[in-house]
Ligand binder design. Structure first.
Ligand code: DHB
Ligand code: FE
Length: 289
């Protein structure tokens, strides 16, 4: 199959790594401002250290030409498959996020991953995420309160939420799912409270038919992320938290392929009539702190 990166398609029936990767590549290119403002000394320091680490590994483990050529072929294929966003967000982003969030007070963040799309449908205070008439899964009510780190409720805080469906697929990246399915932006009330009705997501398997899958098989790893909700929580005068929340008891909470689980991000779901209910509060650090 070929993919046209100017118009990646999700209408080909299966969630291939190449189609998912092409969509993620296009999203990254259009949403993220990549500014080349890193001074040359820092580029030299960072690129130099990464290259030295590679050289050390090669020397320490006496890497052969066959192994070097296998690596070269694999790296070329990651690009051809459009899987760089998937590769980087699974195996690298968590380290960057740790550094970025280290000094910030308030609710913990974790990786954004490749599947955020800005501009989802909005609603006020309480509503249901866009979903198919026959959306499968267990109904989930996700609610909470957004405050400042000093406890002041943040009126009009905004909670942007996106997650996989009960098969582990994301709208706009997997085929045959309507646009904005299980994605929405809720504005909280005067006390910073919000209520989101949705369907419990399933664990997510990173695409295994492309080059990331080939690495996983070659290394004897597994492709699973535990089930999770993705969130961006923001409020005027405060730092936005990009995070994920997890369900206790998931088989991969302790060995997430993307290393993004933190103890503070575990939810406490309660069984209620016809589904589950989660209350999770967010505390945001002030801007500039
Ligand atoms: C990937 C997918 C996710 O849903 C996520 O949260 C992080 C990474 C990925 O496929 O790279
Ligand atoms: Fe995800």
């Amino acid at each position: 199959m070929t993919t046209d990166q100017s118009a990646p398609s999700t209408a080909n029936g299966t969630a291939t790594a190449a189609a998912t990767g092409a969509n993620a590549t296009q999203r990254f290119a259009s949403d993220k401002q990549v500014e080349a403002q890193t001074p040359p000394e820092r580029v030299s320091l960072l690129a130099g250290e990464v290259l030295s680490a590679i050289h050390d590994t090669i020397a320490r483990h006496e890497v052969t030409y066959d192994e070097y050529n296998a690596l070269k072929a694999w790296l070329i294929k990651v690009g051809e498959d459009g899987e760089w966003p998937l590769f980087l967000d699974v195996w690298v982003e968590h380290a960057v996020e740790e550094v970025a969030g280290k000094a910030r007070e308030g609710s913990k963040g974790t990786i954004e991953g490749p599947f955020y799309v800005p501009g989802a449908p909005t609603f006020e205070v309480e509503g249901t995420l866009p979903m198919r008439d026959d959306e499968q899964g267990t109904p989930l009510l996700f609610q909470g309160q957004v405050t400042s780190v000093d406890g002041t409720p943040l009126a009009g805080a905004v909670v942007d939420i996106w997650h996989a469906d009960s098969d582990g697929y994301y709208s706009q990246f997997a085929p045959d799912i309507q646009e904005w399915n299980l994605r929405g932006v809720v504005t909280a009330d005067e006390e910073g409270r919000f209520h989101v009705h949705t369907m419990r997501p399933a664990p997510y398997q990173i695409p295994t038919d492309g080059s990331c899958g080939a690495l996983i098989r070659a290394a004897g790893w597994h492709p699973w992320r535990p089930a999770h909700l993705h969130l961006k929580v923001s409020a005027e005068g405060h730092q936005t938290v990009t995070t994920q929340l997890y369900f206790p008891g998931d088989a991969h909470n302790d060995d997430d392929v993307a290393s993004a689980v933190k103890p503070e991000l575990m939810m406490d779901p309660q069984d209620v009539d016809g589904g589950v209910q989660v209350t999770y509060d967010f505390a945001l650090a002030k801007s500039g702190s």
